[in-house]
Design a protein around this ligand. Structure first.
Ligand code: CA
Length: 241
């Protein structure tokens, strides 16, 4: 069962916040409203949302300052973020995107456009929230049906290998250390040795067969899933960590 994605709305104008919240609620999202930077920070400290809609012009700290801060903090840096603003010119748009916003919506906006952008950003940043299959170089993972296939052949994966592959595919081409994978795949409240990651990566490669080479060992750094493997899985096993 998929839970409703939580959207934190940081907006000081109650009428606009209410309009957004009503539309999000009617479309399967769970809106949370914060009217200034301090309450937004409190909401983030309490629970991480799936997406943040951040107004630029806020009393106290501006949305731009908040965007920069949240992007530089490890806990909040991966949360998809859309900036809302009355400012529509090029320089501001660039400043917003430079601060780490995934998208930008100029006021006044239609609620249809807002919803379309929210869905698009969620799809891009967290395909599991959109419930859609992820495809990378012939490898397809469907979080809805828990199926993985390579070039149309179904593969059998254990639950941990599935979770690991899911994480690697939604964060493809980036190198992840064993500690990062433990944190993201196993959760940070569990104590597991880093070697455990290696064991599951080995199992994952075996389960993926020909596609196993897509899970690359990056010597001294960790693992990455890539659409264009430069070495075979067997060679990766030999080079080790
Ligand atoms: Ca405002």
């Amino acid at each position: 069962m998929r839970t409703m994605p939580a959207v934190l709305i940081v907006e000081d104008e109650p009428a606009i916040a209410e309009l957004i919240a009503v539309n999000l609620r009617h479309n399967g999202f769970r809106p949370v409203w914060a009217m200034d930077s301090a309450s937004a920070q409190r909401e983030l400290d309490a629970a991480l949302p799936d997406l943040i809609l951040l107004d630029w012009m806020l009393p106290g700290e501006s949305g731009l300052v908040l965007a920069k801060r949240w992007r530089s903090a490890a806990r909040t840096q991966a949360i998809p973020l859309i900036m809302l603003t009355a400012r529509g010119d090029e320089a501001d748009r660039v400043a917003g995107l430079d601060a780490g916003a995934d998208d930008y919506i100029a006021k006044p906006f239609s609620t249809k456009e807002l919803l379309a952008r929210v869905r698009a950003v969620l799809r891009r940043r967290t395909p599991e929230q959109a419930g859609e299959a992820i495809t990378i170089g012939g490898l397809v993972l469907d979080p809805g049906t828990y199926r993985v296939s390579f070039e149309d052949r179904l593969l059998k994966l254990g639950p941990t290998e599935f979770k690991l592959l899911h994480y690697l595919m939604t964060h493809a081409e980036r190198v992840h250390s064993r500690a990062q994978l433990l944190d993201k795949v196993w959760g940070d409240h569990v104590y597991i040795e880093e070697r455990t990651v290696d064991v599951h990566v080995k199992r994952l490669r075996e389960a993926l067969a020909q596609a196993g080479a897509m899970v690359e060992t990056v010597r001294g750094a960790g693992y990455r899933l890539t659409a264009q493997p430069i070495q075979t899985a067997a060679a990766a096993e030999k080079t080790g960590a």
